[in-house]
Design a binder for this molecule. Structure first.
Ligand code: FES
Length: 101
């Protein structure tokens, strides 16, 4: 293991669940394709706002708060989670957490 310090850290970090489970999973299908769409929409919003160096968007595995619909998004440093997120929520997420970064 090597410790590496980053010269630049994000002021806001969106973690978007893109986890997919098998159809017969008792835990449900996971955020899967919706998570992928949310991830792409958030990346586009951040790029459009020219904030890519300060606002990071990362696709993850299960974040532990699996919704029945939509995807789960965690936001740091706010330390909040959103569930049932759809791609159309990307602009609002950006405005609420990254606009005044
Ligand atoms: S599968 Fe997305 S939060 Fe669990």
């Amino acid at each position: 293991m090597a410790l590496k310090t980053a010269d630049r850290l994000p002021t806001v970090h969106f973690l978007v669940c893109g986890n997919t489970r098998p159809e017969d999973s008792p835990l449900g299908r996971g955020c899967g394709l919706v998570g992928e769409h949310v991830y792409v929409a958030l990346k586009q919003e951040v790029t459009q706002q020219r904030a890519t160096s300060d606002v990071w968007v990362t696709k993850t595995a299960c974040l532990g708060l699996c919704p029945k619909h939509g995807a789960t998004v965690a936001v740091y440093p706010a330390r909040v989670f959103y569930t049932e997120v759809e791609a159309g929520d990307a602009e609002e997420l950006y405005q609420d957490h990254a606009k005044n970064r």
